[in-house]
Ligand binder design. Sequence first.
Ligand code: SF4
Ligand code: SF4
Length: 104
Amino acid sequence: MNTDLSLFSLTFTSKINIEPPYTFPKTHLNNSEHFYMAKPKLEKHHINRDWCKGCGICVELCPKKVLELDDHEKVSALRPQDCICCKFCELRCPDLAIEIETKE
Ligand code: SF4
Ligand code: SF4
């Protein structure tokens, strides 16, 4: 049996010299026109108070602490200026009671 592994070890132990600046093949994904997406800006929180059951899921999930439950156990957007439009609240509300409207 041939036990010569020199070719194998050469392949896996050779030092690969990668130094900055790193370059990537130009594709439609790293074309600057497509790679940098504009951040959405908040237009308005639409909260359907009739549908909100005050479970607080959105309040807990909001990464920017924008939402709070009011005295009637309904959600309110108390700090809309901090909203980053991630839409966690909209996507995770079990009652579809909150919608994030964004502008271009
Ligand atoms: S997750 Fe929905 S139902 Fe629960 S508090 Fe938020 S808006 Fe209301
Ligand atoms: S979109 Fe994100 S940041 Fe804005 S209120 Fe909902 S969870 Fe919070």
